[in-house]
Design a protein around this ligand. Structure first.
Ligand code: URA
Ligand code: CA
Length: 434
């Protein structure tokens, strides 16, 4: 096989065979295919796309480029993935709910990078919580309580890592087939039988429009189906933070509050829906309606909350946080932000809210950076809410007092207050399934 001929074929709009795609992926990882050739390949895909067979073969080649997890000893397993949002604490709520409904979830999670948070960082804000477990502890926790979350072990899809870094510097990140294969190569390497994908759309998401998110959701579910996995992808809103808390300990506190009170709201609603999809896709309910009832019952009865407490204890954490949130890390400094004018919240620059939390110390710019577990913010208003002049609208938390005024100004600038009320954007735009 010859990489120049493969590039030429893709350039001319002809589909590549599975063998040609394997050759490209393996060759790039080994160094036999040069950066400039892989760049030309990505650009040819950017222009000409991939059909489903190519998508599936390319994903599979990347999945097999590194370690893969064998979850078969656990029976039917299900996993959940979000393309990344702000105040997106769904995993910490939906996993205990789904586990309380009989699902088995052995989840490897990532750290936050840029303006979106990572579940691992959030969990590590719980005193004592261990995200490194032996395989025996990991599987044992799933068998006993239904779920466990750990940091990534081994090397998942190293070919994707190399391609992603290259795409970043060759203007080829924003290609649906390349994004979909990238996400699915890593997700499929984690070994679950069913997958629920939360594809965010809006000004705080990677996919800015519902149309683009819908296309991505379609590609993700097609890859899932061809890999023999029951896959659902929901396109959900990120034109404002999903919950109210942005950070690590504050997001854990919000998740615990939802599990304790089952108080309604967008975060609760989406968590219940994702949990129900997990229950249905892993065949623990005969219909999505039945799964929704089971999820609601697990939340309202307190069973989901007790499941989270049990998993925190099993992973060495202080489950006392459930009844006493003051056991979570405290920020050294707080600042209450009050509204400068009266009106209605009409728009939020969501990415800016995420960046404000980062500025306070909640996120990292580079992979090596540390985070402050107590830093972050709580934005208590949602689009459509009435705001009175002088009313507290947000609380900022940081170890560094000096950044608070600048962060407050940045947060205020990210909010648009208008005279007339507007309706809230939809929460779920659509669902794709395989
Ligand atoms: N996230 C990924 O994992 N890969 C992409 O290509 C884009 C977003
Ligand atoms: Ca299985």
């Amino acid at each position: 096989m010859n990489i120049v001929e493969i590039i030429q074929k893709k350039r001319d709009g002809r589909p590549l065979s599975a063998a040609e795609l394997r050759y490209t992926v393996d060759g790039y990882l080994s160094g036999a295919v040069a950066d400039y050739q892989a760049s030309a390949f990505c650009m040819a895909v950017w222009f000409n796309g991939m059909n489903d067979d190519e998508l599936s073969a390319f994903t599979e080649a990347m999945r097999l480029s590194g370690d893969t997890l064998d979850l078969s000893p656990l029976g039917i397993t299900v996993d959940k993935h979000s393309t990344g949002g702000v105040a997106d604490t769904v995993s910490l709520i939906a996993l205990p709910i789904a586990a309380a409904c009989g699902c088995r979830i052995a989840k490897m999670s990532g750290r936050g990078l840029g303006f979106t948070g990572g579940t691992l960082d959030k969990l590590e804000s719980i005193p004592g919580f261990r995200t490194r477990l032996s395989e025996k502890e990991f599987f044992g926790t799933v068998e006993k309580y239904g779920f466990s979350i750990i940091g990534q072990t081994g090397e998942l899809a190293p070919a994707d890592k190399k391609f992603y870094a290259l795409r970043d510097v060759t203007a080829t990140v924003d290609s649906i087939p390349l994004i979909a294969s990238s996400i699915m190569s890593k997700k499929l390497a984690c070994g679950a039988d069913a997958l629920v994908l939360d594809v965010k759309t809006g000004n705080g998401a990677f996919m800015k429009t519902p149309e683009a998110a819908h296309k991505l959701a379609g590609a993700l579910t097609r890859i899932g189906r061809l890999a023999g996995k029951r896959t659902a992808a929901l396109v959900t809103d990120m034109n404002q933070p999903l919950g109210t808390a942005v950070g690590n300990a504050v997001e854990v506190a919000e998740a615990v509050s939802v599990l304790r009170s089952a108080a309604p709201g967008r975060l609760t609603e989406l968590s219940l829906r994702i949990a129900a999809e997990m229950v249905f896709r892993s065949q623990k309910a005969a219909s999505i309606e039945e799964a929704q009832k089971a999820a609601a019952a697990a939340l309202e009865s307190g069973r989901a909350c007790r499941t989270l407490a049990a998993v925190i204890t099993a992973q060495g954490g202080d489950a006392g946080i459930i009844d006493d949130l003051s056991r979570l890390p405290h920020p050294a400094h707080r600042l209450t932000v009050c509204a400068g004018e009266a009106g209605f919240l009409t728009a939020v620059e969501t990415e800016e809210i995420g960046r404000t939390a980062m500025m306070l110390g909640a996120g990292r710019l580079r992979k090596e950076d540390g985070i402050d577990p107590a830093a972050g913010l709580v934005l208590s208003k949602k689009i459509g809410d009435r705001i009175e002049k002088g009313e507290p609208i947000a609380e900022l938390m940081s170890a560094r007092e000096a950044v608070l005024p600048e962060a407050a100004a940045r947060l205020k600038k990210a909010l648009t207050v208008g005279e007339a009320p507007v309706s809230a954007p939809p929460l779920i735009y659509q669902t794709e399934e395989s």
